[in-house]
Design a protein around this ligand. Structure first.
Ligand SMILES: Cc1cc2nc3c(=O)[nH]c(=O)nc-3n(C[C@H](O)[C@H](O)[C@H](O)COP(=O)(O)OP(=O)(O)OC[C@H]3O[C@@H](n4cnc5c(N)ncnc54)[C@H](O)[C@@H]3O)c2cc1C
Length: 363
C-alpha cells in the first residue's frame, strides 16, 4: 500500500528542527542512507552468490555439474569481482567517515553534528557507493537467476525473491540517475567554492597531453603498474571533465548524458583504486601468495575498468569536442586507459574455482 501526502499541514508541536531547514537534515541523512544501502546490498549479494554457487554444484547437465562449465565459472567470478571491489570502496569510505567523526567530536562538535558533518564531507563517495552497490547487487542476482535456469524464475527458489527485492535499490535513496548527476555536481560545486582543487590538476593533464608520453620504469612499488593505471584513469577524468566544463560552462547541466559518462568514469576509477589499495594492504600483511584470489579480482577489475572508462570517455568527448581538440583528447584517452595485456579468462577461472571449492562466497 502507498500513502500520498499532498499539501499536508504539519501541526506546530510536531515540527522537527527549523522551518525551511528540513532539507539540510534530510540530505545529510541521505548520505548515511546511501552508504548503508551499499552495505545492505553487499549482504544480499553475498547470500545470492553462495546460493548460486551451491546450486551450480548440484545441478547437472550433460552428466556434469554446471559449475564445471566455463560460462558458469565466468559468471561466478564476475559476481565475486563486483562484490569484492564494491566492498573495498565501502570499507575505505566508512573508515574515512569514522575518522572524520572522531575528529569533529574532538574539535567540540555535538554527537549528531559530528555524525552528519562527517557524512557530508564524504557525500560524493556516498553517492558513488549507492550506485556501485545497487548495480552490483542487480548484476549478482540477475546472474544468480541465470545460473538457476528455469528454476530461477520459480517462487520455490529463493533467488527469484532476491531478484525482485534487489530492484528497489536503484530507485530509492535518490535514483541512480540522480546520484550520478550529484556525483559530478558536488565535485564541481566544491571546486567553485575552493574546497577542492580540480582545475590545477586538470591544467597539468592538458599540458601533459602536449608532451611526449613517458615510457619505461613504472617505479619500485610492488603494484607500480596498477598504481600508474589508476593515476591515468584520474587523468582521463580530469581531461574529459575539465574540457567539458571549459567548453560548455553553465550549459553543462543541460547535457545530462555527458554528466552520466563522467560519473561512470569516476565510479569506476574510485572503485578500482579502492580495490587496489585493499589488495595491496592485504598483500603487505599476508604476502602475495596468500592473497592470490584478491589480487586476481583486483587485476581483472582494473583491466576491465580501463575499457569501461575508455568507452565512457570516448562517448563524452565525442559529445562536445570537434576537430583537432577532439583528436587530441581521444589520443590522450587512449594513452590514459592503456593497460598491459592480461588473461582475464584464466584469472576468472581461478577466482571461480576457489569459490566453487569453498562452496560459498566468504562473508
Ligand atoms: C519500496 C519503496 C520504499 C521507499 N522508501 C522511501 C523512504 O523511506 N523515504 C522516502 O523519502 N522515500 C521513499 N521511497 C520513495 C523513493 O525515494 C522514490 O520513489 C524515488 O526517489 C524516485 O522518485 P519517484 O518515484 O517520484 O520517481 P521519479 O522522480 O518520477 O523518477 C522517474 C525516473 O525519472 C528520473 N528522473 C527524475 N528526475 C530526474 C532528473 N532531474 N534528471 C534525470 N532523471 C530524472 C529518475 O531517475 C527515474 O528514472 C520509497 C519508494 C519505494 C518504492
Amino acid at each position: 500500500m502507498q500513502l500520498y501526502f499532498q499539501d499536508c499541514k504539519v501541526p506546530v508541536e510536531n515540527l522537527l528542527g527549523e522551518v525551511g531547514k528540513g532539507h539540510i537534515i534530510a540530505f545529510n541523512i541521505l548520505n548515511i542512507g546511501r552508504l548503508k544501502l551499499c552495505a545492505a546490498a553487499l549482504g544480499g549479494a553475498k547470500r545470492a552468490a553462495t546460493i548460486s554457487i551451491q546450486y551450480a554444484k548440484t545441478r547437472e547437465q550433460f552428466k556434469t555439474p554446471i559449475a564445471n562449465f566455463g560460462a558458469i565459472k565466468n559468471k561466478i567470478a564476475e559476481m565475486a569481482i563486483r562484490m569484492w571491489t564494491a566492498e573495498s570502496a565501502l570499507y575505505r569510505t566508512t573508515k574515512w567517515i569514522d575518522d572524520k567523526e572522531v575528529g569533529l567530536a574532538a574539535a567540540g562538535k555535538a554527537f549528531n553534528e559530528a555524525v552528519l558533518g562527517a557524512a557530508e564531507e564524504y557525500a560524493i563517495e556516498c553517492a558513488i557507493l549507492k550506485v556501485a552497490g545497487s548495480e552490483m547487487l542487480d548484476f549478482v542476482v540477475d546472474e544468480g537467476v541465470q545460473i538457476h535456469g528455469g528454476n530461477g524464475f520459480s517462487d520455490e527458489y529463493i533467488i527469484s525473491k532476491a531478484y525482485r527485492d534487489s530492484r528497489i535499490n536503484r530507485i530509492y535513496e535518490g535514483t541512480n540517475e540522480i546520484n550520478r548527476l550529484l556525483t559530478v555536481d558536488m565535485v564541481l560545486k566544491r571546486a567553485m567554492k575552493g574546497r577542492l582543487d580540480i582545475m590545477a590538476p586538470a591544467l597539468a593533464v592538458s599540458k601533459e597531453l602536449m608532451s611526449i608520453p613517458e615510457f619505461g620504469n613504472d617505479g619500485d612499488s610492488p603494484f607500480a603498474k596498477e598504481v600508474k593505471a589508476v593515476r591515468n584513469f584520474k587523468k582521463a577524468i580530469l581531461m574529459t571533465a575539465g574540457a567539458a566544463v571549459q567548453k560548455l560552462m553553465t550549459k553543462l547541466e543541460n547535457e545530462q548524458e555527458l554528466l552520466m559518462h563522467i560519473a561512470d568514469m569516476t565510479i569506476d576509477a574510485f572503485v578500482a583504486e579502492s580495490a587496489l589499495l585493499r589488495a595491496w594492504k592485504l598483500a603487505d600483511q599476508r604476502g602475495e601468495a596468500a592473497v592470490a584470489f584478491e589480487l586476481d579480482i583486483m587485476r581483472t577489475n582494473l583491466y576491465d575498468a580501463a575499457d569501461r572508462i575508455n568507452k565512457s570517455g570516448k562517448d563524452a568527448i565525442n559529445a562536445f569536442a570537434e576537430g583537432d581538440e577532439q583528436r587530441m583528447m581521444l589520443l590522450g584517452l587512449k594513452r590514459f586507459t592503456k593497460v598491459d595485456a592480461f588473461n582475464s579468462k584464466e584469472a576468472r577461472r581461478r577466482i571461480a574455482d576457489k569459490l566453487i571449492n569453498d562452496n560459498k562466497y566468504p562473508l
